[in-house]
Design a protein around this ligand. Structure first.
Ligand code: HEM
Ligand SMILES: *[C@@H]1O[C@H](CO)[C@@H](O)[C@H](O)[C@H]1NC(C)=O
Ligand SMILES: *[C@@H]1O[C@H](CO)[C@@H](O)[C@H](O)[C@H]1NC(C)=O
Ligand SMILES: *[C@@H]1O[C@H](CO)[C@@H](O)[C@H](O)[C@H]1NC(C)=O
Ligand SMILES: *[C@@H]1O[C@H](CO)[C@@H](O)[C@H](O)[C@H]1NC(C)=O
Ligand SMILES: CC(=O)N[C@H]1CO[C@H](CO)[C@@H](O)[C@@H]1O
Length: 411
């Protein structure tokens, strides 16, 4: 009898919990959608992998059923998914006022407490300024010869090998470059503490979206976890190893873009021809062909930047950007309750056929004379607002220099 009573009460509690989970409270109309089961939510469907460039089938299906903004749940959090360019833009612009950067605990646990998703205020501003200096235009100008030299050295080494695993090789190259930059900065001015925090800042912030399961980067997460286990076996050098792995994980952004750029060059001979012409012309215009790239030359690479934009648009390097609502948010008749998580799904914006014709096709010419009006709403590969990627220009320099060396010296 007693056990039956417990059973009934237990079932009632579960039903009530599920009821509240599936029908969350809101001071207005919630965006449409379904919540799935508590804890698990829609996680399993979301993580179903798909290797093509296309939007995840999970999101695609829901966009068709519910429209561009819908609710669901992932890894135990109720969450609003936004594929709406206007709402995404609004979210980026309102950072710190209505929204705040936020990444789920699961990932904080994996990547350590110093995750910058949770870093706000004074320290954030300090580190951000430091980053802006480090990767700002003046700094990049000075770096250009070094980037060119490192790129040439790496290409030279690859050309003497029978075959090269591009992803790995480019990651190592980018690691060489960025690592040098960070370390030289460290030994020059700052205290160890600041450098460590700054490294954690860069690591923590971009490592999460990259390693979201279900994306191509899931592998890097697994690698990271494996290394972590290794560390536990080999306590002595645990720390060094972990830092190295964390760093490597993050330099996969630019290296992935470069790897994809090579793939696109291979598949699109017309684009390769056009790119080669642009870079050979740069060298021809020089007084002496053996002089290195100048900033002026870099700035003149018109087609190269179209090529880079198109690569980054399709590469979908940081597919998910997370925020939390600080207040009740009203948008297009919906109310998102304060405290809810919001996922900016930028890939849907980049593959919007209304803005990008044949959106799955690689076509660098589409950027020619593209209307700049609303450009920031329709291109958010580097985020937006005050959290805009501080490494964006650095990544572009690396890519442009790589393409320059690659097409002028190698076949
Ligand atoms: C193609 C390469 C890259 C892509 C697509 C990319 C993408 C992004 C995106 C989407 C964000 C915004 C995250 C958010 O709003 O929550 C971001 C932020 C950031 N990125 Fe990148 N990134 C790239 C390369 C780099 C590089 C090379 C570095 C530095 C070495 C870097 C450092 C950062 C930092 C520090 C932030 C945080 C800025 C802040 O919160 O204020 N990124 N990146
Ligand atoms: C991946 O996406 C492609 C193109 O949208 C689709 O044809 C394919 O069925 C998807 N694969 C899986 C496993 O969902
Ligand atoms: C580093 O220190 C030098 C002089 O000590 C100063 O000129 C320079 O601006 C500093 N750099 C940064 C990034 O603070
Ligand atoms: C070009 O520059 C290199 C080194 O900077 C020099 O050795 C070479 O003689 C120069 N060639 C001409 C034609 O000026
Ligand atoms: C690349 O995209 C950005 C952002 O939309 C835009 O401002 C820039 O003009 C584009 N570059 C080219 C060469 O089209
Ligand atoms: C905000 C932040 O992460 N601060 C850390 C900076 O580094 C020191 C020591 O490495 C930590 O104690 C701080 O918490």
């Amino acid at each position: 009898m007693l056990s039956l009573g417990i059973y009934i009460i237990g079932s009632l509690v579960v039903i009530v919990i599920i009821h509240y989970w599936r029908n969350p409270k809101s001071n207005g109309k919630l965006p449409p959608g379904s919540m799935g089961w508590p804890l698990l939510g829609k996680t399993i469907q979301f993580f179903a992998p798909n290797t093509s460039f296309d939007i995840s089938p999970f999101v695609k299906e829901r966009m068709q059923r519910y429209g561009p903004i819908f609710r669901t749940s992932l890894v135990g959090y109720p969450i609003i998914v936004s594929t709406d360019p206007y709402f995404n833009y609004f979210i980026f612009q309102q950072e710190g006022q209505l929204f705040q950067s936020w990444y789920p605990h699961t990932f904080e646990e994996i990547f350590g407490r110093q995750n910058v998703g949770s870093l706000h205020g004074f320290i954030y501003k300090y580190l951000k300024n430091m980053g802006l200096n480090l990767f700002g235009p003046e700094s990049l100008k000075n770096m250009l010869p070094e980037v060119e030299k490192t790129t040439n050295n790496n290409l030279n080494r690859w050309s003497r090998q029978k075959s090269v695993e591009m992803k790995e090789a480019t990651t190592k190259m980018i690691f060489d470059l960025t690592g040098k930059k960070l370390i030289s900065y460290d030994s020059e001015n700052s205290t160890e503490n600041v450098c460590e925090n700054f490294t954690a800042f860069i690591k923590g912030l971009i490592s999460f979206p990259l390693c979201f399961p279900g994306t191509a980067y899931h592998k890097c997460l697994q690698e990271f976890l494996r290394k972590k286990e290794d560390n536990e076996d080999a306590q002595e050098n645990a720390r060094g190893k972990e830092i190295t792995t964390k760093k490597r994980t993050n330099f996969e952004t630019t290296s992935l873009a470069i790897t994809l750029a090579i793939k696109f060059l291979h598949e699109h001979p017309k684009a390769l021809k056009k790119l080669t012409e642009e870079h050979e012309a740069i060298i021809r215009r020089r007084e002496n062909a053996s002089y290195g790239l100048t900033w002026k030359e870099y700035k003149s690479m018109k087609f190269t930047f179209q090529f880079i934009n198109e690569t980054v648009r399709l590469a979908n390097i940081a597919p998910l950007i997370f925020r939390k609502a600080l207040k009740d948010i009203n948008f297009k008749g919906y109310t998102i309750p304060a405290g809810w998580a919001i996922m900016v799904y930028s890939q849907a914006v980049h593959l919007n056929p209304a803005k990008y014709e044949d959106s799955l096709q690689f076509n660098p010419w589409r950027w020619e004379g593209i209307k700049l009006n609303g450009a920031t709403r329709n291109f958010m590969a580097f985020g937006g607002g005050i959290r805009y990627c501080i490494g964006a220009d650095f990544a572009k320099v690396q890519m442009a220099v790589f393409l320059h060396c690659f097409v002028t010296k190698y076949k």
